[in-house]
Design a binder for this molecule. Structure first.
Ligand code: ARG
Length: 469
């Protein structure tokens, strides 16, 4: 067993009651600076607001307040210059305080009056999340706008629409792309909604029961840009619902990117050949010279699995905890940061790959075969007065005949068609073009030109960067 350390660092935040310092093993396990160092700007901002709050209630004199604020500014400069690199402090809060001692001496010891790391870390992480959500939202909007732009170009391109992986009915390429854009609108709404609950201020909660000094939490809230003040200190210090909510919204966004990726991987295969990825967004094989791999979309699929792991790990961490802060909660940050970092890499790559892929009109048209008109035929029979359930069965028989004769559905000999139902022969000749077929489904939300144009207009507005749901 390693010996306990006896060299208690000068500015450790605790230790008075301990005879010796922590063992190296505990120190290594407990230390979170490697993860939470990125919270330093928020830690400094929240600390400055706290200093002002303490000043207002007379805990600090006016000169002390000024000195602490200047000191914190100098700490921020040092941190911006890399002072966190290789530091041995327990966490970001200890680090900021130690640097403040360096700058202004013993007065630094007044900063933590009436505050706990429990309300401090919750405040820092919420501030960080509010910032990170801004960038994430902008990245989603850019992908959405890119899909909409490509959809506009694909308005006149027809291809089979698929269900169950089977060709089903003709649709517009633009319509398919929009089916992947709408989920992103919901993602932005979900994140915006979660944001409201992220913006609740825990500072002033103390360790669990409130602060021993009568700080004005409403002014603190205003100063730090929060929306509301948390209602119960025990809840506020142990509440990580905001992390869970944001993680869920990110996981679902990841799931959407995964589904887009899965579809485009299929369409980029030689078998489909509907799209080609730009060189800049595909990779080669080390063995197979001919290969051009859709790595971006494959990684989109895999990263969504990893994001799901982050959410599951967080929920599993939370479920066993009593109210209030437990050290388990220190693990929240690695999970949340991982999710934002992953999206920060993924979204620009997916956006670039979508923006630059090329489309093969001939391959798409070539995949339209006459069997995709079966529903049109059944609908035409309905117009001739046949109940749909019956017309479905009649056209099914026609499909069977076409397969037996080895001819396309619209080229079954008229006599055979008429033998199935007297109206069927005539109806086959009424089938118009593929374009007519698509335009036949003109309900709002359908694949018709008008519907797709309407959707493009709605989505164009939904993906402007400053859009608020
Ligand atoms: N590093 C800790 C965390 O990330 C800060 C809070 C520590 N609180 C405590 N009572 N030890 O959760």
């Amino acid at each position: 067993m390693p010996e306990p350390r006896t060299d208690t660092p000068a500015h450790q935040m605790w230790g008075g009651r301990f005879a010796g310092g922590p063992s190296e093993a505990l120190d290594a396990l407990n230390r979170s600076l490697g993860v939470d160092h990125r919270l330093w700007p928020q830690d400094v901002t929240a600390s400055k607001a706290w200093v002002q709050a303490l000043g207002r209630v007379g805990v600090l004199t006016v000169p002390e307040e000024a000195q602490l604020l200047e000191g914190l500014d100098r700490v921020a400069e040092r941190l911006a210059d890399g002072a966190a690199m290789g530091a041995a402090d327990e966490d970001v809060h200890t680090l900021v305080e130690r640097l403040l001692y360096d700058e202004i001496g013993a007065l630094a010891g007044k900063l933590h009056t009436g505050r706990s790391r429990n309300d401090q870390v919750a405040t820092d992480l919420r501030l960080w999340t509010l910032d990170a959500l801004r960038q994430l939202d902008a990245d989603i909007a850019l992908l959405g706008a890119t899909l909409v732009g490509r959809a506009r170009e694909g308005l006149n391109l027809l291809l089979p629409g698929y269900t169950h992986g089977q060709r089903a009915q003709p649709v517009r390429w633009g319509y398919v792309l929009l089916a992947h854009a709408w989920p992103l609108v919901r993602d932005r709404q979900r994140l915006a909604d979660a944001r409201r609950r992220v913006a609740e201020l825990p500072l002033g909660s103390g360790a669990l029961a409130g602060s021993g000094f009568p700080v004005d939490r409403v002014l603190l809230k205003e100063a730090l840009g929060f929306r509301t003040v948390s209602a119960n200190a025990l809840d506020a210090t142990g509440d990580r619902d905001f992390v869970a909510e944001v993680l869920f919204a990110i996981v679902l966004l990841g799931t959407h990117l995964s589904r887009l990726g899965a579809e485009l991987i299929l369409y980029a295969s030689a078998e489909f050949g509907f799209v080609k990825l730009a060189d800049a967004y595909s990779t080669g094989s080390s063995l197979l010279p001919q290969k051009k791999n859709p790595d971006v979309f494959e990684l989109a699929r895999a990263k969504s699995a990893r994001l799901l792991g982050d959410l599951v790990a967080l929920l599993a961490t939370l479920k066993g905890l009593p109210a209030g802060y437990s050290k388990d909660l220190q693990e929240d940050k690695a999970l949340l940061f991982d999710a934002f970092d992953t999206m920060g890499l993924l979204l620009p790559a997916v956006t670039g790959a979508v923006a630059t892929l090329t489309v093969d009109r001939e391959r798409m048209l070539g995949a339209l075969d006459a069997s995709l008109r079966a529903t049109d035929l059944a609908d035409l029979l309905v117009e001739a007065g046949v109940p749909f359930r019956e017309s479905h069965g009649l056209v099914g028989r026609l499909v069977g005949e076409a397969e037996r004769a080895g001819v396309p559905l619209d080229q079954v000999p008229a006599a055979i068609a008429a033998g199935i139902h007297p109206a069927l022969g005539a109806v086959v000749t009424q089938l118009g073009s593929w374009e007519d077929s698509v335009e036949g489904r003109a309900t709002p939300g359908g694949a018709s030109r008008k519907s797709v144009e309407d959707q493009i207009e709605q989505l164009r507005r939904a993906f402007t960067p400053d859009w608020r749901p």
